[in-house]
Design a protein around this ligand. Structure first.
Ligand code: TPP
Ligand code: MG
Length: 359
C-alpha cells in the first residue's frame, strides 16, 4: 500500500501540468472523482494485473500447483477495497470474498509478496501458512473472512456478520462477492431471504460479479431471469446492474449503496458485469482471452486521453510493479514450505478431531 501511494504521488506530480489544463472536462468525464483518486485506482488496477500475471508465470514455471484469480475484475475490485471501512472487529466492514479478489485485497493494503507466498505454498503465507490455493486469502486484521473453495457459502455467512454488526450499532456493513454461476446454489437464495426479512433487514451489500461463465458453461441457457439483480428485487432489496469494467461507475455505485446501507441498516444488491481475461483457472490453461474488454487498458487510455496521466508515467507504474513482483518472487523462493508435522495446527483446535490418528 505504501508503494502504491508513493507511485500515485510521483505520477500525479509528473502529470499535474497537463492535468490542470484539462481539469474541468476530466471532472465531468470521471464523475467528479478527484485526480488523486483516479491515479490511485489506476495504480492499484495495474498492480493487481501485474501480480496476477506474475502468479500465472509462477504456475507455468512449475513453481506452484494451481492458479485461479482476478484478471478482468480490477475495475470492480479496486473501488470496493478502497471504499471498505478497513479494520478489525464489528465496528469495521466484513469482507466475504471469492477467489477473484486480488484487486480488493491489494486495495485494502495486502502486499504482492503475501499473495505470492500463498501461491507458492510458503510457510510464511500469513493467510494459511502455505496450505491453500492462490487467491484463497484470509486476513483477520482486515476483517477479510476466509475465501472458500466451495462456492457461495460466503453469502449466508455475510448475513451472520451483518446481524452481529447491526446489534453492535456502529454502522459497519458486511460485503459479499461471488460469481454468476454460483448463484444457482441454495446458499445464494438463503442470503436474499436472511438479508431482507421485514423489520429484521440486515446491513449487507450482496454482490455478484457476472462474467457470464461458470468454468466452461456459458450464461445462455442457464438462467430464466433477465438479470441476477432482478432476483433481489423480488425481496424488495435495492438492486442494480452496473458495468463492473468501469471503475468510475463502480466507485460511484458502491459509494452510494454503502452509504444507503449504513444509513438505513437495510441490504443492497449489485450485479457487476465483468470480464474474465485468462479463462477460469490454470485447469483451463490460463491463456489470455483477447475478445473480452480489458478494464485496465480501457481506463488507462481514458486517463491518458484526458491528460490525467502521461504515457511515460503509465509505463513507469507497470514497470515498477513488474520489478516488485520479481523481487517478491525471489524472496518467496528462498522461504520454506510447511512440513507434515504442522498439518493439524489451527485445525479443530482442542477437539477430538485435532488428530486423526485418535479417531
Ligand atoms: C459448491 C461448489 N460446486 C461446484 C464447484 C466447482 N466450481 C468451482 S468454480 C465453478 C464455477 C463458478 O462460476 P461462477 O460462480 O460464475 O464464478 P467465476 O468462476 O465465473 O468467477 C465451479 C462450478 C465448487 N467449487 N463449489
Ligand atoms: Mg462466472
Amino acid at each position: 500500500m505504501a508503494i502504491s501511494k508513493k507511485t500515485s504521488k510521483k505520477t500525479s506530480k509528473k502529470t499535474s501540468k497537463t492535468a490542470s489544463i484539462k481539469k474541468s472536462s476530466s471532472k465531468n468525464q470521471f464523475g467528479g472523482l478527484s485526480e488523486k483518486l483516479l491515479l490511485q485506482m489506476h495504480d492499484l488496477m495495474v498492480k493487481s494485473r501485474v501480480l496476477e500475471e506474475r502468479l500465472i508465470k509462477i504456475y507455468r514455471a512449475g513453481e506452484s500447483y494451481f492458479w485461479i484469480g482476478g484478471p478482468g475484475e480490477e475495475a470492480w475490485g479496486v473501488p470496493l477495497g478502497l471504499l471498505a471501512r478497513k479494520g478489525k472487529g464489528l465496528a469495521y466492514d466484513f469482507m466475504h470474498l471469492h477467489y477473484r479478489c486480488t484487486p480488493t485485497v491489494l486495495a485494502m493494503g495486502v502486499s504482492m509478496l503475501d499473495s505470492i507466498r500463498l501461491m507458492m505454498n510458503r510457510v510464511t503465507d500469513p493467510s494459511t501458512g502455505g496450505r491453500n490455493f492462490s487467491n484463497h486469502y484470509v486476513f483477520p486484521d482486515l476483517n477479510i473472512a476466509p475465501v472458500t473453495s466451495p462456492l457461495e457459502v460466503q453469502y449466508p455467512i455475510a448475513c451472520g456478520t451483518a446481524h452481529a454488526q447491526k446489534r453492535f450499532g456502529k454502522k459497519a456493513i458486511s460485503i459479499v462477492t461471488g460469481g454468476d454461476a454460483g448463484t444457482a446454489e441454495g446458499d445464494f437464495a438463503t442470503s436474499l431471504i436472511l438479508a431482507s426479512r421485514r423489520g429484521q433487514e440486515l446491513p449487507v451489500l450482496i454482490t455478484v460479479q457476472n462474467n457470464k461463465w461458470g468454468i466452461s458453461t456459458y450464461w445462455d441457457g442457464q438462467h430464466g431471469e433477465d438479470t441476477i439483480a432482478d432476483r433481489a428485487k423480488g425481496f424488495n432489496i435495492k438492486s442494480r446492474v452496473i458495468n463492473g469494467n468501469d471503475p468510475i461507475e463502480t466507485y460511484l455505485a458502491l459509494q452510494e449503496d454503502m452509504e444507503y446501507i449504513r444509513k438505513t441498516g437495510k441490504p443492497a444488491f449489485i450485479e457487476a458485469r465483468v470480464s474474465r481475461l485468462y479463462g477460469h483457472s490454470s485447469a483451463s490453461g490460463a491463456n489470455p482471452v483477447l475478445e473480452e474488454v480489458d478494464p485496465v487498458k480501457v481506463f488507462e487510455s481514458k486517463l491518458i486521453k484526458a491528460g490525467v496521466l502521461t504515457v511515460a508515467a503509465a509505463k513507469k507504474v507497470w514497470e515498477q510493479y513488474e520489478e516488485e513482483g520479481r523481487e517478491a518472487l525471489e524472496i518467496a523462493r528462498k522461504e520454506p514450505v510447511p512440513q507434515a508435522e504442522s498439518i493439524w495446527d489451527h485445525t479443530y483446535v482442542g477437539s477430538e478431531n485435532a488428530d486423526w490418528r485418535k479417531f
